[in-house]
Design a protein around this ligand. Sequence first.
Ligand code: UT7
Length: 319
Amino acid sequence: MSFSILGTGSALPERVVTNEELSHMVDTSDAWIRTRTGIRERRVCSSETVTELACQAAAKALTDSGCTAAELDLIICATISADYATPSMACILQDKLGAHCPAFDINAACTGFLYALDIAAGYFARKADQKILVVAAEAMSRLIDWQDRSTCVLFGDGAGAAVLGAGDGLLAIRTGAKGSIAPLYAPSSWGNSPFYTGNSAQPYLVMEGQEVFRFAVTSMVQTVEDVLAQTGVRKEELAWVLPHQANIRIIDAALSRLKIGSEKCLTNIADHGNTSAACAAILLDEANRAGKLKKGDLLAMTAFGGGLTTGACILRWDK
Ligand code: UT7
């Protein structure tokens, strides 16, 4: 016994930042960003906190699922940009939603939502009759260097959530890691420790774009092929592919190698950019709310990110 998705939700900041606006801040252009990444605009926190976005997404997912917060047995939040180091975002949500269950955060960068689903599957395996809330929420705007054109044009903020209930909608899931700092990192601050003698790095995200690009295409292809092989599902049987929204060229390259037509691929990168762990959850919720997902549809989700981490799953949409 594993889980089926009972409901989804998402939330975005109000503030829209267009490519044109960024071109007045750093040496870039709408044309470069669109053609190299597929991004047109992104949402960025101004007055909202990422916890507020997570709470809104979670509340919508609960409403969509027909469950109450009091019924939840566990809350898992995937984030690398929480408002607090402690308490965890999940513990704050537990309080704000009125739940009474265990709650913790995980860090798997952009693969966080898939890692959280994998962990949830483990909880269902040991005790079937549960309801688990998985939330992925990011304020990437607090991690990036807004003077670095090579990264600040890529990311956005947002949150997505899913309520999981006992079921057999998860057909297979696979997560992986190729641990390495250099390709993508965002250091934590040493604060004002008078004892630390190393370099006190600024907490900005640094990325070797082309190295991550290569890892992204290879790992997405590999993990999707693995979960397809594990389930025996054929590519033609997939209703939708929901890939990580980092760069439309990464998505196109992976689909082409997988020999899956782009008409089966859901994207929202043009409107939201890369919201890290939240990408997959927001994409799922937008497809759900747009009525694109039909009961019985087979979905392939795949992601990659800092760590480097990677993952994929095959889900049957049971709603
Ligand atoms: O969620 C996981 C996180 N990250 C990713 O998945 C990112 C993966 N990597 C990528 O998406 C791409 O590598 C990037 C979008 C980051 C960069 O695209 P690229 O085609 O690999 O460009 P590049 O790094 O080879 O840079 C090409 C040129 C360089 O100029 P020169 O050296 O050719 O003169 C860059 O300095 O483009 C320049 N450049 C820019 N120009 C205008 C880099 N960023 C910008 C920019 N606007 N924003």
